[in-house]
Design a protein around this ligand. Structure first.
Ligand code: ATP
Length: 227
């Protein structure tokens, strides 16, 4: 197996599968430190499914998946050590306050207690510090998204997997998010972003349409893949 030295994520010959259907096939990508890849494509083409598959939440077949030159094809623990993921769901407990939610996320991810300085560093990015002691169930949709986005500066991991992060954000907060992403890239972090929106951050665009497979259950190729 070749292991390019300058690639933070190196993925070869990926097949993404969902509900008896292969969505994407023969997809390979490399992501370097300080680089962003923007996944584009029509509704339903498999952008979210690809990100979820990389996290190990959906079935996924690949030649290999390397993170920081370590093979995590069959074991995502190494991948989770390096990555923060935010999908369409905000992943927050409604009955807990924002402070309690972020303490929980931090403890579950890092296995240690969160300091106030680290907490405020994260919530200040999205002007959420004043809402730290409010139960999340009272947040507006934009406030919920901002609260969920706090996990990126909070957890300080090198790889960000972001699925439509700007949904529900007003212009000021879109600008704050773009500034945060630029800062992450300048600090040699890496970003895989799925979005339909234009984001004011430079990145390499990959249109997933070119990897569209659409093989249905019963197709020989799908049976080959499952077997
Ligand atoms: N929970 C699910 N169970 C079964 N099939 C699903 C589920 N969620 C999505 N799909 C199917 O998987 C395919 C890919 O969906 P996915 O959400 O990955 O697309 P997407 O490119 O992110 O779309 P969008 O731009 O609309 O967010 C779609 O055909 C969709 O119907």
């Amino acid at each position: 197996m070749s292991k390019p030295a300058d690639c933070f994520v190196d993925m070869k010959d990926v097949t993404v599968y969902r509900s008896g259907r292969i969505l994407l096939s023969e997809l390979s990508l490399t992501l370097k430190q300080g680089q962003m890849i923007v996944l584009k494509g029509a509704n339903g083409c498999g952008k979210s499914s690809l990100l979820r598959s990389m996290m190990g939440y959906l079935p996924f077949k690949t030649g290999y998946l390397l993170i920081n030159q370590e093979d995590c094809t069959d074991d995502r623990e190494l991948f989770h050590d390096e990555a923060v993921y935010l999908g369409h769901h905000n992943g927050l407990k409604p009955s807990l306050t924002l402070r309690e939610n972020l303490h929980l996320i931090y403890a579950m991810t890092k296995g240690e207690a969160l300091s106030d300085a680290c907490l405020h560093h994260a919530t200040d990015q999205f002007t959420m510090t004043a809402l730290l002691d409010d139960p999340v169930k009272y947040f507006s949709s934009g406030q919920l998204r901002r609260a969920a986005l706090c996990r990126f500066p909070l957890l300080e991991k090198p790889l960000w997997l972001m699925d439509e992060p700007t949904v529900g954000l007003d212009m000021d907060n879109k600008n704050s998010l773009a500034a945060l992403m630029k800062n992450h890239l300048e600090s040699q972090g890496s970003i895989l972003l799925a979005t339909h929106e234009d984001v004011d951050v430079e990145g390499q665009i990959i249109d997933l349409h070119q990897f569209k497979a659409n093989l249905h259950a019963g197709d020989k190729s799908l049976e080959d893949w499952i077997s």
